[in-house]
Design a protein around this ligand. Structure first.
Ligand code: PGA
Length: 244
């Protein structure tokens, strides 16, 4: 894992947008996308560059990390809807290039298997953008999740539901279940970029620096990945660099 500290949220967004554009120029087709607040400035920067005519991501496929179970299709807080609004449509990416776990059918386990197969058919994720929960989750893999998991159905931690209540009218509206790529699925991406900004992420970043295989910190699994960058702003920055 490489730790990269940038001064501000805007600097983080600009750095990660540069990286995405560079990888697309090198032939990246499948971009793994996260929701939550952390990657939004990066998405806005990509859209700004698209509108300025300096980047073209229209050939990319977008693969989502996770999706709530129990929201009606098109719900404004659903992750499919969010990525559609903030990234896919503004970038002019065809709708059939947006891939999300199916969460509306009767058999979620079969849907998880289909999602895994779909990622394989696309040739795997070339670059995965990630956030990190204050409890160390990646995707919706909460603390204690085995690092061997593939896409699966999860029950959200109470702290995750509280953290995400800001995207809903009422805290009780936050679903209690979701489908998420597993930790092993995430580690299959050829490159991972984890974005963390703001003082609320400082504690978990400090834990990540010293995690050393801590199974209670799902993000610590990224130490086993061959190409992971952690990009943070000054407020989230841990006190010393990662060892490896
Ligand atoms: P955030 O969420 O980007 O909204 O802080 C990150 C996450 O929960 O993975």
């Amino acid at each position: 894992m490489h730790l990269l500290i940038r001064r501000s949220v805007e600097d983080v967004a600009s750095f990660v947008a540069d990286l995405v554009v560079d990888r697309v120029r090198q032939g990246l087709v499948v971009l793994g996308v996260a929701t939550g607040g952390s990657p939004l400035p990066t998405y806005a920067e990509l859209v700004r560059r698209h509108r300025a005519g300096t980047v073209d991501l229209r050939r990319c496929h977008l693969v989502l990390l996770d999706e709530y179970v129990g929201l009606p299709p098109g719900h404004p807080a659903s992750y499919r809807h969010t990525i559609d609004e903030v990234l896919r449509r503004p970038l002019g990416i065809p709708v059939d290039h947006l891939h999300t776990p199916e969460v509306h059918g009767p058999d979620l386990v079969a849907a998880c298997e289909r999602f895994e197969a779909l990622i394989g058919e696309l040739g795997g994720v070339g670059l995965q953008l990630l956030g990190i929960g204050r409890n160390g989750h990646i995707g919706f893999n909460e603390p204690g999740t085995p690092w061997t998991t593939r896409t699966h159905v999860v029950t959200l931690a109470p702290s995750t539901r509280r953290d995400n209540a800001r995207f809903f009218d009422h805290p009780d509206d936050v679903p209690s279940k979701a489908v998420t790529q597993g930790i092993a699925t995430i580690l299959d991406a050829r490159e991972v970029v984890l974005i963390a900004t703001g003082a609320t992420k400082a504690d978990v970043l400090r834990r990540l620096v010293t995690a050393d295989g801590d199974r209670d910190l799902p993000a610590a699994a990224l130490a086993e990945h061959r190409s992971t960058s952690i990009v943070v702003d000054a407020e989230a920055a841990p006190p010393r660099p990662l060892a490896s």
